[in-house]
Design a binder for this molecule. Structure first.
Ligand SMILES: NC(=O)c1ccc[n+]([C@@H]2O[C@H](COP(=O)([O-])OP(=O)(O)OC[C@H]3O[C@@H](n4cnc5c(N)ncnc54)[C@H](O)[C@@H]3O)[C@@H](O)[C@H]2O)c1
Length: 74
């Protein structure tokens, strides 16, 4: 199984990525992060060379459905 973790270079996300890689030996983790001021790939130096870990820089955005829900009157 492969899972996508958004914000994986942040405080909580990096701990989650590390936890999954250490405890779920058949799981691959794709870390999808924008690397804002809060993101730092050094948080994951210890797992960066794992063949079950990869990083993709990108921005998670609200989907169309989410925008429509936000626009609905209260
Ligand atoms: N040393 C500490 O105790 C410490 C350090 C940092 C944070 N915190 C606490 O942790 C909590 C927040 O932690 P967190 O890990 O949720 O947040 P975070 O701000 O630490 O990390 C968020 C991550 O998401 C990424 N990101 C932001 N917007 C994105 C987008 N649109 N698409 C993709 N990636 C995006 C950022 O680059 C970053 O890596 C807060 O309560 C904060 O106070 C504590």
């Amino acid at each position: 199984m492969r899972i996508l973790v958004t914000g994986g270079a942040g405080f909580i996300g990096s701990s989650f990525v590390r936890y999954v890689l250490q405890t779920q030996k058949s799981v691959e983790v794709v870390n999808f992060d924008l690397l804002t001021y809060a993101g730092n790939l050094r948080n994951l130096d210890d797992v960066a060379s794992s063949p079950r870990y990869s990083f993709v820089r990108g921005e998670a955005l609200p989907n169309k459905c989410g925008k429509e829900r936000t626009a609905l009157p209260g």
